[in-house]
Design a protein around this ligand. Structure first.
Ligand code: PHB
Length: 398
């Protein structure tokens, strides 16, 4: 007959208790150390070059959300490690490895430039480092190069291009020319624009490009003047967008050929663009006057903290931190519970200043795109271009 007395007899029970106590004594300092050590956040953003202001706004937005969390993430202090990526893809792998290998960060937040971000995504995938992209739209990041540990709080290049194409076709334009920098963001945004514009009955007659980050637009503007399309679609951002909008206006083109763009053309740039930007119509997943308590609170806190108005980049940085908070809170700051953390980030509903959004299966925001018009120093929302636009996530196997 089988008896189970041995298992319940006083002696083994005492031994089990002793073993647990011993284990707890060993583990306690390790566990408290994990909670007591800071979370290491690697910020890889441009601090120099044409996108420098964009990197600055992203960092400010990120830090504002951390400040709203009491300066901590899931109860843990935050330690920042920073790299200026210079928006230079040729230095991107070395730069990201400073954060991954040298600093051994827990999470990387970056960057602005699509070419740099693609190299970061490759390194993050290989090393299984958590990566949150707070701007760069490279389609592959949530497409062919997607990975469980890679998330985006911004957009795919296809999205604003597509949404602007919808609006341009609705306005009845038939013949378009496009102009942009010849790199992933420019080319993919133009592709998105063309897809929607041609579906809506228009035709892209000619694609004009110049190398990133050149701003010698004159020859291309002369070509636009001679071809006289119904509309020009442009993707530029940061310092390059300031110069382009001013040059387009100075060439007298605004009187003859309407200019539209994804909203980066006029976001964070209006003070510098002045009169040259007034009345421009753009399309983006943010606008300055979204009249919700959430956006008003964000804008007020940002203005009080930094003595400046937030733009789309600040908002995306803020939401990168919100996404991280959603994951970290689910595991009480214990990054080793990677599957639970990722599952929480995947299903997060982010209460963003732009409006609430969720992530696609490929980890890219599914979000509304707004029509905006430049009035004074603001991109004023005048309507919705496309509601709940999801990136197709082409090529993602996950
Ligand atoms: C990009 O390179 O993906 C990029 C850069 C600046 C923007 C938007 C996208 O404003």
């Amino acid at each position: 007959m089988t008896t189970f007395t041995a298992l319940t007899s006083p002696r083994p029970r005492a031994a089990v208790v002793a073993a647990i106590t011993a284990l707890a004594t060993v583990l306690y300092p390790v566990l408290t150390l994990a909670q007591g050590t800071p979370i290491k956040v690697g910020l890889m953003l441009p601090a120099t070059g044409t996108f420098a202001a964009l990197g600055d706004a992203i960092e400010k937005g990120f830090r504002l959300q951390v400040q709203e969390q009491g300066g901590k993430l899931a109860g843990r202090e935050v330690q920042y490690f920073k790299v200026d990526d210079e928006s230079d893809p040729s230095k991107a792998t070395d730069n990201v490895n400073k954060l991954i290998k040298r600093d051994q960060v827990d999470v990387i937040v970056g960057t602005v430039h699509s070419g740099v971000a693609l190299a970061m995504a490759r390194a993050a995938k290989e090393s299984n480092t958590l990566l949150i992209v707070p701007n760069a739209g490279a389609d592959g990041i949530t497409g062919a190069q997607c990975a469980p540990n890679i998330f985006r709080s911004s957009f795919s290049n296809w999205q604003p291009g597509f949404a602007t194409g919808v609006v341009a076709a609705q306005k009845g334009y038939k013949r378009a020319m496009t102009i942009t920098w010849n790199y992933a963001a420019g080319n993919e945004t133009v592709k998105g624009f063309t897809e929607a514009f041609e579906k809506g009955g228009g035709k892209v007659m000619k694609e004009l490009t110049l190398p990133f980050p050149n701003v010698e637009f004159q020859a291309l503007l002369t070509e636009i003047a001679s071809q006289k399309p119904d509309v020009v679609f442009a993707f530029f951002a940061g310092g390059g967008a300031v110069k382009f909008v001013k040059d387009y206006d100075a060439a007298g083109l605004r009187r003859t050929v309407p200019l539209v763009g994804s909203g980066f053309l006029t976001d964070g740039t209006l003070e510098a663009q002045g009169a040259a930007a007034q009345g421009l119509i753009t399309v983006l997943h943010y606008g300055d006057n979204i009249e919700t308590p959430r956006n008003n609170a964000f804008r007020n806190k940002y203005a009080v903290t930094y003595k400046a108005n937030p733009d789309v980049y600040a908002m995306q940085g803020y939401d990168a931190a919100q996404l991280l908070v959603a994951g970290l809170n689910a595991v009480k700051g214990d990054l080793k519970q990677r599957d639970t953390l990722i599952a929480a980030m995947k299903k997060a509903q982010i209460d963003s200043p732009r409006g609430k959004f969720t992530l696609s299966a490929q980890h890219n925001p599914t979000q509304d795109f707004y029509v905006r018009e430049v009035r004074g120093n603001y991109n004023v929302v005048t309507g919705v271009a496309v509601k709940a636009l999801a990136d197709p996530g082409r090529g993602c196997k996950m």
